[in-house]
Design a protein around this ligand. Structure first.
Ligand SMILES: O=P(O)(O)O[C@H]1O[C@H](CO)[C@@H](O)[C@H]1O
Ligand SMILES: O=c1cc[nH]c(=O)[nH]1
Length: 235
C-alpha cells in the first residue's frame, strides 16, 4: 500500500497504462484484459491488473494534470517497481493537418508547468519519450493503418486559458497538440530510469473547434489502447 494506492505489494504489473480518466481505466480493463482484478479504489482512482495476450499488465487512472498524475506515477515507480509507463490520453490538436481521432505519439513534451523550474532552476530540461517504446508503438500503429503523428506536444497546467490564441505560438514551432500530463511523466521516468511513452487520441481541435463527446472519450478511443498494449508486449 502507498498513500494513494491500496494495491498489495506485487499486485501491480511492471507495465502500466495511464489514462487520466478512471472510467477509461475500467473500460480498458473490461475490454482488453483477461481476468482483470481491481487493485485500487482510493479516491475512486480506479486501477486494474490482468493479462493481455498472456502478459501481465495494469491500468491506473491518474486524474487530470501534472500535479495529480505525478503522485500516481511516483508511487507506481517507487512503491510498486513499475518499469514501463504508457499514458493513453486525449488531446486538443494545434495543427490543421492533425485531425480529430488521429493518433499522436508524443516524442517530447513542452510544458507551461513550473515543475521543472523547481527542479532545474533557470536551466531547461527536455522531457522525452523512451525511444524503444516509441519505435514499437509507431510500428504497431503503422501495421494497423492508424493515422499517426509523431512529434512534440504541450503539457499544460491550464485547460481554460484566458488567451485562447496563445496556442498559436506553440503551433508555429511545430507542437502538435495539448494535453496535461506527459511532461511530468517523462521527467519522472528520466529521474528513475524507467521507460515512458504517451499515446494520444485527438479529441478536439483548437483550429477547427471540432469536438468529441465525453462518452466517446471514455469508451471508443480503442486504437490508442491497442497501440499501447501491443507496443508494451514486446518490451
Ligand atoms: O483524456 P485524459 O487522459 O484525461 O487527458 C486529457 O484530458 C483531460 C482534460 O480534459 C486532461 O487530463 C488531458 O491531459
Ligand atoms: O488537455 C486537453 C485535452 C484535450 N483537449 C484539450 O484541448 N486539452
Amino acid at each position: 500500500m502507498s498513500i494513494h494506492l491500496n494495491a498489495e505489494p506485487g499486485q501491480i504489473a511492471e507495465t502500466v497504462l495511464l489514462p487520466g480518466d478512471p472510467l477509461r481505466a475500467r473500460h480498458i480493463a473490461e475490454t482488453f484484459f483477461e481476468n482483470p482484478v481491481q487493485h485500487n479504489s482510493v479516491r475512486g482512482m480506479l486501477g486494474y491488473t490482468g493479462t493481455y495476450k498472456g502478459q501481465r499488465v495494469s491500468v491506473q487512472g491518474t486524474g487530470m494534470g501534472i500535479a495529480s498524475s505525478m503522485i500516481y506515477v511516483s508511487e507506481l515507480i517507487t512503491e510498486y517497481g513499475c518499469q514501463n509507463l504508457i499514458r493513453v490520453g486525449t488531446c486538443g490538436s494545434y495543427q490543421p493537418d492533425v485531425h480529430v481521432r488521429d493518433l499522436i505519439l508524443a516524442q517530447a513534451a513542452c510544458t507551461d508547468s513550473n515543475i521543472n523550474n523547481i527542479r532545474f532552476g533557470q536551466k531547461n530540461f527536455a522531457p522525452i519519450a523512451d525511444f524503444e517504446l516509441l519505435l514499437r508503438a509507431y510500428s504497431v500503429a503503422q501495421e494497423r493503418g492508424f493515422t499517426t503523428h509523431v512529434g512534440n506536444i504541450m503539457s499544460s497546467d491550464t485547460f481554460y486559458h484566458d488567451d485562447f490564441e496563445q496556442y498559436k505560438l506553440w503551433a508555429q514551432y511545430g507542437v502538435l497538440a495539448v494535453e496535461m500530463e506527459a511532461a511530468g511523466l517523462y521527467t519522472l521516468a528520466a529521474k528513475h530510469g524507467v521507460k515512458a511513452l504517451t499515446v494520444l487520441t485527438v479529441s478536439d481541435h483548437l483550429v477547427t473547434r471540432e469536438e468529441t463527446t465525453a462518452e466517446e472519450r471514455q469508451l471508443t478511443f480503442n486504437g490508442m489502447i491497442e497501440v499501447a498494449l501491443d507496443a508494451a508486449l514486446k518490451v
